[in-house]
Design a protein around this ligand. Structure first.
Ligand code: SF4
Length: 463
């Protein structure tokens, strides 16, 4: 099979040496790091690597920003107002830095791939110590070493992805579930999306590296993995995505496999077959629709029509009887007419989605859609959004009521934040279940009878 988008692999060894040197300097100082992550699961996964590197450099984590000796902001640029939020955040840190000698502030992530933002930070936020981007995040130890020893501000952002970095230390947030990136970047260039510009062209990770990582996760007690990528189902590195699923399916100790996000144009019959045949595959697919209007789909460069999308949903439901399907919808794309919007509502209903992530279109500078003059006024976008939310909530509630009286397997993630006697977890269909229980079942797979479906969760009883 052709390795269309497989990537060179860069190993972390050189950086490990910097980690070692910084750890020696930090020994006995009890230094702490605080990290804040904005955006998607990919950024969460990157932050877990950044945390892993910081731990190797002798820092321990804190959730209290005031106690931190190094503060890291891992930024996202998918929403328009994220930029202003970041400036607000880092502006406030100027006084914090003045009051705490030696405090280091680091800004990284997607937003730093945009030159004008780095220029603004250089010019207007001189209290920021280090800036790096998504492609060179593995160089963080070297950049921090230079910041400490050369006493200069560091602004270093690679324009493109030179390869996939392996063996970066990772500090996982959860001891039960884990993200495993399998592709980086995206080649699709949907006309509203900034991702291909800031994350670069799509690259697939070596399958053996992926398998080894999952074997290690299983040995650490992780039960569930989510394979991550901007477009996971176009994975291609000596095998395709279904091939990868079969390849990792013999790893013992992993009870559940999820993946996200999929592009409808790449969801093959073989993937549906793999989901049916591999027992660990969870019964959930997240399949962004974005719009139900053919004209808008074309302008978005989504490469499918509404009928093709609905046909795909039918095929999935025919083969995978218990499947839950979620989606993403954008309202107010430039030029969207009332008829286009009504079509989105109709397709949403026809597809029978179980839940959705909904977005009001926001301009991302540098994308084709941002330059269009036929932007939709805010009041129209807000009105349409409210209608969409109402439909989404009604259908989510219906889907959850449909689960009443079923016995579902739940992977228990911990106690509820609001009640110590309530445990919370997820079904294979990725729905949240809360149930009363005086024993701590965190990390276990248990059967729960669903007694009530609510809009945002299921209420159950342990059986
Ligand atoms: S598939 Fe489209 S929306 Fe998704 S990351 Fe790629 S360009 Fe963005």
């Amino acid at each position: 099979m052709q390795n269309r988008n497989s990537a060179d692999c860069i190993v972390f060894d050189e950086q490990a040496e910097y980690c070692h040197q910084i750890a020696s300097m930090n020994r006995g100082r009890n230094l702490k790091y605080y990290i804040e992550t904005l955006g998607c699961q990919m950024n969460e996964a990157d932050s877990e690597q950044i945390s892993g590197m910081l731990i190797q450099m002798g820092y321990t984590d804190t959730l209290d920003i005031a106690k931190a000796d190094i503060i890291v902001f891992n930024t996202c640029c998918v929403r328009e107002n994220a930029e202003f939020k970041l400036y607000g955040h880092i502006g406030k840190l100027k006084t914090v830095k003045q009051l705490k000698e030696g405090l280091l502030i680091v800004i990284c992530g997607c937003m730093m791939q945009q030159k004008h933002i780095v220029e603004k930070i250089k010019k207007s936020y001189k209290h920021i110590d280090i800036v790096f981007g998504t492609h060179n995040r593995h160089e963080f130890p070297k950049l921090l070493f230079r910041r400490i020893t050369e006493k200069k501000k560091i602004y270093e952002v690679w324009e493109d992805n030179k390869g996939i970095i392996e063996k970066v230390p990772v500090k996982r947030k959860s001891i039960i579930t884990a993200f495993v990136p399998i592709t980086y970047g995206c080649d699709n260039f949907c006309s509203y999306c900034i991702v291909p510009y800031v994350r670069g062209r799509e690259k697939s990770r070596n399958p053996e590296m992926i398998k080894n990582e999952i074997i290690n996760l299983a040995s650490e007690g992780i039960n569930e993995i989510t394979l991550l990528g901007q477009n996971v189902n176009s994975y291609n590195c000596g095998m395709d995505f279904p091939g990868l699923l079969y390849y990792i399916s013999d790893i013992s100790g992993i009870d559940r496999i999820r993946f996200m996000t999929s592009h409808p144009k790449d969801l093959s019959d073989n993937l549906i077959k793999a989901m049916k045949e591999i027992p660990q595959m969870c019964s959930h697919i997240h399949l962004p629709l974005q719009s139900g209007s053919n004209s808008i789909l074309k302008q978005m460069n989504r490469k499918y029509t509404k009928d093709e999308y609905l046909f795909l949903i039918e095929k999935i439901r025919e083969s995978l009887k218990d499947i839950t399907i979620s989606t993403d919808i954008i309202v107010g794309f430039p030029g969207e007419t009332e008829d286009d919007f009504q079509e989105t509502l109709q397709v949403y209903e026809k597809a029978g989605f179980d839940f959705a992530y909904t977005f009001i279109y926001s301009k991302r500078s540098g994308t084709p859609a941002a330059n269009r003059e036929d932007q939709i006024p805010d009041d129209v976008k807000n009105r349409r959004f409210a209608k969409l939310i109402s439909l989404v909530n009604d259908m989510t509630l219906k889907s959850n009521i449909n689960d009443e009286n079923k016995v579902l397997q739940v992977l228990v993630e911990g106690k509820s934040r609001t009640d110590d006697l309530v445990m919370t977890g997820r079904t294979r269909s990725n729905k949240i279940v809360n149930f009363k229980c005086d024993t701590d079942f965190t990390g276990s797979l248990i059967d729960v009878k669903i007694v009530k479906g609510h809009t945002w969760h299921l209420e159950g009883e342990k059986i």
